[in-house]
Design a protein around this ligand. Structure first.
Ligand SMILES: Cc1cc2nc3c(=O)[nH]c(=O)nc-3n(C[C@H](O)[C@H](O)[C@H](O)COP(=O)(O)OP(=O)(O)OC[C@H]3O[C@@H](n4cnc5c(N)ncnc54)[C@H](O)[C@@H]3O)c2cc1C
Length: 452
């Protein structure tokens, strides 16, 4: 434990711009555990004749690699840092078992029904993978609650839609919410009996470790610097080696700063988010807060999504104001205000901040509900799975699996989401400015004044 932690203060990385860019070293995230993670050696020398090279070991790349290795495909995974160092090791741990707007899928063949069916059938993929490979990623299928201060017709419609798809989800009133959450702060909500929480860092690391046991070759500290065509194949170069392969899949999330295929970085709306974790709370206090241990989302603003992890820590994520991302104490103070207002059992209980971090999400749409992940056909033999937005915990594993199946069959045309050419979105920067400068501050004020 560092000196600053002993004094009850959170350890903070000195460089403010690293918080703004979402790249503070991953050890500042609340998810890595004290046990040291495996270190994957850098690629060294030139190797050839691999079938697939995956670039980026987040939820998407780790799942793709695992599912290719499961199917006996020779696969190399190259990661600039170490697995789970990107957004996947920094997220809020919610496992959301449903999709955003289905209207966004209406233009797909069969109105997106094939994709919806695929998703519905595999909505528990996080828990299934965790169990299959014994990943010990602190996953809990504890369910999820969307809680609101009053009845919302939109939530009622959502419940009926997903009930129709076979989900155990019900509209609940204040009394039932109080039983589930240990607070009378909410009058209405949806209780999803599926979904829950995960430690996304351990989960991503676990998928990578399982892939190596199945024969995948994984290299950390191997930033791909160039991707060059060699006849019908591609050579990917890092500072210390190269790999030649017939197929390349880029799972690089933002893709920002990568010199190869720079058009991919323009396909998205980046949005910075911050996360924080408290120190574990005493068991007698925890028995009264959210006794059902559901993952909690607030509707409509979702300012402080909450999970309680296996160590009894309260974990949330929110969107920091412009230029304020390094201000851990500010976001902790907001979170504390929310917690104390919402859970009377916390009155007088000392709550300390254990970790504070930031991470970058890459969104395909400026409308939250319509921001579906994207597959891109970048060049002959080069695909990308990007823009997982803020729901990568299920989408990363699910689409990694789907892409592995399609690659094995050599049928990219059978992808259930469209395979698009990379195309620049318009006014990407404006989106982040609007959210961080206007919408979130307004939502925080409305929340504080009890106007939502
Ligand atoms: C604060 C926060 C809270 C969130 N909360 C949730 C949540 O509760 N639930 C949920 O479902 N989702 C959540 N998300 C979103 C989720 O974390 C992301 O959708 C998901 O992690 C994206 O996964 P990925 O594999 O695409 O990207 P990443 O995890 O970012 O992985 C991309 C990897 O590519 C590597 N890379 C990039 N360029 C190169 C290169 N040239 N060579 C080699 N490697 C390279 C990077 O180092 C990185 O490790 C949240 C995100 C944030 C930031």
């Amino acid at each position: 434990m560092s000196a600053s932690q002993q004094q009850g203060q959170v350890a903070v990385y000195p460089a403010a711009d690293a918080y703004e860019a979402g790249v503070v070293p991953i050890r500042f995230s609340g998810w890595p555990q004290p046990a040291p993670a495996p270190v994957y050696a850098a690629l060294s020398g030139d190797c050839e004749a691999d079938v697939v090279v995956v670039v980026g070991a987040g939820l998407a790349g780790a799942s793709l690699t695992l599912h290719l290795a499961e199917r006996g495909v020779s696969v190399v995974l190259l990661e600039a840092d170490q697995p789970a160092s990107g957004a996947s090791g920094r997220n809020a741990g919610h496992v959301q078992p449903y999709l955003g707007s289905l209207e966004a899928l209406q233009d797909l063949p069969n109105q997106g029904r094939d994709f919806i069916d695929y998703f519905v059938e595999r909505r528990n993929i996080v828990f299934d993978i965790n169990q299959k490979y014994d990943l010990a990623a602190d996953t809990e299928r504890c369910g999820l609650v969307d809680a609101a201060n009053r009845k919302h017709a939109a939530l009622g419609r959502k419940a009926r839609l997903w009930q129709g798809l076979g989900y155990a989800v019900e509209e609940v009133g204040g009394a039932r919410l109080q039983e589930l959450l240990g607070t009378s702060a909410y009058d209405y909500g949806l209780h999803w009996q599926e979904g829950g929480r995960v430690n996304p860092y351990l989960f991503t690391q676990g998928m990578v470790a399982a892939a190596t046991r199945l024969g995948a070759r994984v290299h950390g500290n191997s930033c791909v610097l160039a991707c060059e065509r060699e006849g019908a194949q591609w050579r990917l170069r890092t500072a210390t080696g190269s790999v030649r392969a017939a197929r390349v899949v880029l799972c690089t999330n933002g893709h920002v700063g990568n010199p190869f295929f720079p058009e991919l970085a323009r396909t998205q709306f980046p949005l910075l988010a911050c996360g924080l974790a408290t120190r574990p709370l005493p068991a007698e206090v925890m028995a009264q807060i959210n006794p059902a241990r559901v993952a909690l989302m607030q509707y409509p603003a979702g300012l402080y999504p909450l999970v309680i992890d296996g160590r009894g820590r309260l974990i949330t994520a929110t969107i920091p104001g412009s230029g304020q991302a390094q201000d851990a104490q500010r976001y902790f103070a907001y979170f504390l205000r929310y917690l104390r207002r919402t859970f009377p059992a916390l009155a007088g209980v000392p709550i300390e901040l254990e970790s504070y971090w930031t991470g970058m999400t890459a969104n395909s749409s400026s409308a939250y509900e319509a921001a579906y992940p994207q597959f891109y056909r970048v060049d002959e033999g080069v695909l990308a799975l990007l823009n997982l937005g803020s729901w990568g915990n299920v989408m990363g594993p699910l689409l990694g699996l789907h892409l592995a199946e399609v690659l094995l069959a050599d049928r990219p045309d059978q992808l259930l989401l469209p395979l698009r050419e990379p195309r620049a979105v318009r006014c990407a920067g404006l989106f982040e400015t609007k959210i961080r400068r206007v919408l979130i501050p307004a939502a925080r004020l409305a929340d504080r004044l009890g106007l939502v």
